[in-house]
Design a protein around this ligand. Sequence first.
Ligand code: OOG
Ligand code: MG
Length: 256
Amino acid sequence: MIGPDIAGIAEKLGVAAATATAIPQLAAETGLDVDAAYGVQAALLQRRVDAGERLVGLKMGLTSRVKMAQVGVDEVIWGRLTNTMRVPDGGVVDRAAYIHPRVEPEVAFLLDRLPEPGEPVGDFASAVRAVAPAIELIDSRYADFRFSLPDVIADNTSAAAFVIGPWSPVPAGLDNLGVLLEVDGRVAQVGSTAAILGDPRRALDEGIRLAGRHGVRLESGWVFLAGAATAAVPLRPGAHVRAVVEKLGTASLRAS
Ligand code: OOG
Ligand code: MG
């Protein structure tokens, strides 16, 4: 049997993102499994690199129960971040460039010295140079924001844009910090970093392990998003969004 057409699927997803046009789910129809879906993701990244973008980090997805429940997929996943997805803190995103964008509060790590493949992170403070509050803008390329596990992996885990707030030195504990998502000055979501695998530091171990399975090794200088601590909320035109993480501060964006 011939396997799924990885390049063809990447092309469909790439065009959907570039033109902000939703497409039907495609994993069931094409026989795409999780491994092949990460292959599509790699092909999507290659398209971006060919267009001049740079890989700048990695993001985790579905590291919290609320996120799993919101999208109906219960596996931890990871995706790739490129330089053009980064929006300056306080910057404006063009709402019309996305299909049905949602925002969610995240914790970001600036990676430093990573262990050899197969070795545990051990000392978190030497693996991570700094931490920051962050916002991720996700935008599933599938109609109605509905997808299966291989579908969302192939779609680079809905990655679309991200904002990193001010970096701070790694604090003693990261496991129980309050998290707020505010829209136009009103609290839209409340949570705790404990929602992220019990402790967001665990997201790094998972990222190293899961990306390693697909031959991707995390690098010093990369940004790493640990996954949202709360459900995501739709980004409305004109909205002003702030993610506040206790002790770390605030990241913000505005939608045009
Ligand atoms: C998948 C991406 C999930 C997170 O932080 O959990 C994610 C989605 O919700 O569309 O980025
Ligand atoms: Mg996220």
